[in-house]
Design a binder for this molecule. Structure first.
Ligand code: HSE
Length: 451
């Protein structure tokens, strides 16, 4: 018998009709989604088994110039006209932010509609509530586009790696920060200057402090960690440190020692709990992920069975993000007729199997470190520092001492330590900073070998 993509059952006729989708938002991602759905309509219908049709779009600003052709689609400035439309089966929330996205998504679910969203903040902060509501109604909430734009990392973690006990996830998940750090390294440019360019190119969030302070990456890490380890979404427990303290000097010294500095989101299963942290990190330059440049994203996942796997691609932009939104639409359409109990769970693990493994405080995390300090150039200074480190059980892997910078009386000392508990390092740093011979704070960047 030839393959018949139609589902069998009482509603066979309804199942052959196009699935109607309503869009909230017609900005970069909304416009990209319309374009991809139009351009690849036939291919997408062959995959989904049914045509996917956008029938209504809500946009805050009707006069704004559009990047897509909206012919045949009702465009309104009233989002309720989308979420309350009885013909619409799937609502795609592409407006971003917390409010009114949360209210609109909950209302759409209450109206019996499946939801696709690209909103990382919404899922990181309100995902537990949203999935519980969706679960009560047997509805799907799909969010591939919320993490790393076009890279299908949610699907890889949730389905492709389902046979593994996942050990850790480490990702470059903010394109703006990666662009800034890449430009500082490659062209010796200053931070503020590159940030301005990232904003002009449309990489940055509406409020760029979300990028450079690490908050955007922390939203994405919250989601990745839940799916990797089967734990609730808990954004408030992520240790977050952005890239604003990174200087061109640190980038150059790290380079001299064979490392690159990247803003990493790291989720790791440790003996006493889970590490959940976003911070600038030195990575050996020979690692593939250390060579991910510009606005690209990459996520390294270590599973006990598969070993390390790396996922790379565009982490933002109209069509890369639309690629994930449309894949979610196809997934929802494919599953419209399947029994809700037997679908892939939102957070990869069955809701009753989500476990509350403790999240470790940053002082309980073990890491290697890059330290930069300014010391007086006289005998005994290095010995004092070495003694303090030794007393805290910290051993030094590499050390370089530079000439004083022009106009400076003190000389920079750069050290790489072996792995140590952050609590021990903090105690050592306090003692080093108290030495008469040391000027200013000790600059510290965590280091991960990712092997
Ligand atoms: N501002 C984000 C970034 C956009 O730079 O990665 C994609 O989430």
């Amino acid at each position: 018998m030839p393959y018949d993509p139609r589902c069998q059952g009482d509603d066979e006729e309804a199942l052959l009709k196009p699935v109607k989708v309503g869009l909230l938002g017609l900005g970069t991602v909304g416009g990209g989604t319309v374009n991809v759905l139009r351009r690849n309509a036939d291919e997408i219908a062959r995959r989904a088994g049914r045509e996917i049709q956008i029938t209504r779009i809500a946009t805050r600003n009707l006069a704004r110039e559009r990047i897509c052709d909206t012919a045949g689609i009702v465009v309104t400035d009233d989002p309720l006209a989308v979420v309350d439309d009885p013909d619409i089966q799937i609502v795609a929330e592409l407006i971003g932010g917390e409010t009114p996205a949360r209210e609109l998504v909950l209302r759409a679910l209450n109206n019996g509609k499946h939801v696709v969203t690209a909103n990382k903040m919404l899922i990181a902060l309100h995902g537990n509530e949203i999935f519980a509501e969706a679960g009560k109604k047997g509805l799907m909430v799909a969010f591939e586009a919320a993490v790393a734009g076009g890279i299908p990392i949610i699907k890889a973690l949730r389905e492709g790696l389902a046979g593994n006990k996942l050990e850790w996830v480490a990702g470059i998940i903010n394109g703006t920060c990666n662009f800034i750090l890449s430009e500082m390294r490659d062209k010796g440019r200053e931070f503020a200057d590159v940030l301005q360019e990232a904003q002009a190119r449309g990489y940055a969030e509406a409020d760029p402090s979300f990028d450079i302070e690490g908050i955007d990456a922390a939203h994405k890490l919250t989601i990745l960690a839940s799916i990797a380890f089967g734990i609730p979404l808990q954004f408030s427990k992520v240790y977050v440190e952005g890239i604003t303290g990174i200087t061109a000097l640190d980038v150059a010294y790290a380079e001299a020692l064979g490392y690159r500095i990247k803003l990493l989101g790291i989720a790791r299963r440790a003996a006493r709990g889970i590490e959940l942290r976003v911070h600038p990190t030195l990575i050996p330059e020979r690692r593939l992920i250390a060579n991910v440049a510009g606005v690209m994203n990459a996520i390294l996942v270590k599973g006990d069975a598969v070993g390390p796997t790396l996922y790379y691609g565009a982490g933002a932009g109209a069509e890369p993000t639309a690629s994930s939104v449309v894949a979610d639409l196809v997934d929802v359409v494919r599953m419209l007729t399947s029994d809700p109990e037997n679908r892939v769970p939102h957070l990869a693990f069955q809701p009753q199997s989500i476990s509350d493994i403790p999240i470790l405080a940053i002082e309980d995390v073990e890491s290697a470190y890059y330290l930069r300090l300014n010391a007086e150039d006289r005998p005994g200074v290095l010995a004092d520092i070495a003694r303090i480190l030794a007393n805290q059980g910290i051993s030094i892997e590499a050390l370089i001492q530079k000439e004083p910078l022009a106009g400076e009386s003190h000389l920079p000392i750069i050290m790489i330590t072996h792995r140590v508990l952050e609590r021990e390092l903090n105690a050592a740093i306090r003692q080093i900073e108290a030495l008469q011979t040391i000027k200013g704070p000790v600059n510290r960047i965590r280091l991960e070998t990712l092997n």
